[in-house]
Write a protein that binds this ligand. Structure first.
Ligand code: 5GP
Length: 187
């Protein structure tokens, strides 16, 4: 039975680095490419990082019940997991790994139940998180503030997750995550 690994974290906590690391290990994991309506960042590819949709196309898919879950993660920015994406991965007999926001992660857990492991990645502190977001330099000041406002709310969800990983030193966090994931996949 294929399983799901759900990685969630406030923006800037390091979940993308951890997800990329897991994908490079021999765990038969495949990344679930979400659909979204935000603008493509430099270096991102349609179909690889996201399926970039217009708000209109996204809303049509909501109406057609094509999502397992979707969220308006930021005002006017929609993100969602397409049913076809999970089918594509399971058909290849791979496990799925999701990088979604906290509420999306809990919806996915509710959908996949014991076949899913939820992992919450925490930055050591909110100050460190803010510094990481600024260092990344991909967002405007307004967008950074939008993300930081969301962080506080997201932090309060941490104890609803199966595992909490504190990302102090990235290599250690990656190692620890790999251990819990491979134990879960062997069960
Ligand atoms: P970013 O714009 O930085 O790529 O992603 C913004 C947030 O949206 C992140 O927390 C990311 O995990 C989340 N996200 C990405 N895909 C999905 C999805 O399919 N569903 C939900 N609920 N959130 C998603």
């Amino acid at each position: 039975m294929p399983k799901c690994i759900i990685i969630c974290a406030p923006s800037g906590a390091g979940k993308t680095s951890i997800t990329k690391y897991l994908l490079q290990q021999n765990l038969k994991l495949m990344f679930s490419v979400s659909a979204c309506t935000r603008e493509k960042r430099a270096g991102e590819e349609n179909g690889k990082d996201y399926y970039f949709l217009t708000p209109q196309a996204f809303k049509q898919k909501i109406a057609a019940n094509e999502f397992v879950e979707w969220e308006e993660v930021y005002t006017d920015q929609f993100y969602g997991t397409l049913k076809t994406e999970i089918e594509r991965i399971w058909q290849q007999r791979n496990h799925v790994i999701f990088d979604v926001d906290v509420e999306g992660g809990l919806s996915l857990k509710n959908y996949f139940k014991e076949n899913a492991l939820t992992i919450f990645v925490k930055a050591p502190s909110i100050e460190i998180l803010e510094a990481r977001l600024r260092k990344r330099g991909t967002e405007t000041e307004e967008k950074i503030l939008k993300r930081l406002t969301k962080v506080e709310k997201e932090m309060s969800y941490a104890d609803k997750f199966d595992v909490i990983i504190v990302n102090d030193v990235l290599e250690n966090a990656q190692q620890k995550t790999q251990e819990v994931v491979s134990t879960f996949l062997k069960k």
